[in-house]
Design a protein around this ligand. Sequence first.
Ligand SMILES: *Cc1c(COP(=O)(O)O)cnc(C)c1O
Length: 397
Amino acid sequence: MDRGPIVEIDLEAIAHNFRIAKKITGNRPIIAVVKADAYGHGSIEASRRLVKEGASYLAVAYAAEAVALRQAGIKTSLIVLFDKYDINDYFKYNLVPVIHDIKTAQVFSKEAKKRKQGISVHIKADTGMGRLGFNIDDLEKNINAIIKMDFLTVTGLMSHFSDADLSDRSYALMQLDRFNKLKNTMIKKGLKPLISHIANSAAVMSLPESHLDAIRPGLMLYGYSPLAAEQGPRGHSSFAVLRRTEGAKGPSIKIRQTLESLLRPAMTVKTKILSLRKLRKGSPVSYGRTFITSRDSLIAVLPVGYADGYSRVFSNNSDVLVRGKRSPVVGRVCMDTAMVDVTDVRGVIEGEDVVLLGRQKADVITASELAMKAGTIPYEILTSFGNKSRKVYTDGS
Ligand SMILES: *Cc1c(COP(=O)(O)O)cnc(C)c1O
């Protein structure tokens, strides 16, 4: 047996979410974010599907991720969000670097001149995220220098939101305001970036005025909303609602939930029961004896542990689905195994399918639910599973 759970990726769900993003942004060009192996979904497969669906650009964090996509035959424009090393790769593989400082701009210009090969770049401004990007004042000061740089063409201007996921939109609106002012200053000085983009998933879903020339979603493409932590009600949906909502507080919780309910999670994580144990009432389970059976119990041992992305924080603190029934994780999650109480599940057998994340029959365990239990965000749940497990792909089932 290979180690770890099986991660099933539904590529049609990713395509569906892409179409939702298109629809709620009035058909804006999409820069699909596929960093960190497409949030654990497999960057090559996800990218191919996103390109087929009409993604204008793909964005990754580091150059090596872009090189892997080129080597897989992907020809779409690739934006590298964070990296500034491996400069040769940008020329060899035709990648678009995001420039955060004047020194890096000079390095790229010099290399481009040496090669007599022009390079197109996007400029990033820090409007309040406090991560990477030109300080706004520095950028205004340096625009003239950037315009004059040989063989370097600025084709995009971008920034990133710090908290567009909050229902209080005041900080995000302040960032957007800074961004728009900066863009106007640049245009006045003669630099006309072709596209300006700032909207991550949260902004795509809740801040229509930030959609600008292109949107840059990641998480929502994989079926989750960064907005509401709670599960939304299923059912009636209205795209019109989003556009009508212009109030300072942003869309209500209800609208947020409605939007989330339109998305379709693409990842399911499964394993099989390794062993079934009958334990008498009063028996301890796993390291530290943190769980003692309160009745004669049937305990399933799963061949999945924290080394496989099933965090130790799920010890006595999560459920899995067995025969469509929620069964609690009991005792501590180990490195390679975890135990669940299946006493109440009828007819369970060894080798039986277990769902750690995703739907089984009428019930579902979402990455948002696991994130809440683990005190983290769905992003980390998806990448923890996805980047450690074998993946299988379905398209349209
Ligand atoms: C990760 C990332 C995104 C996508 O964010 P989501 O919240 O997943 O939509 C967009 N832009 C930048 C710069 C990022 O790092």
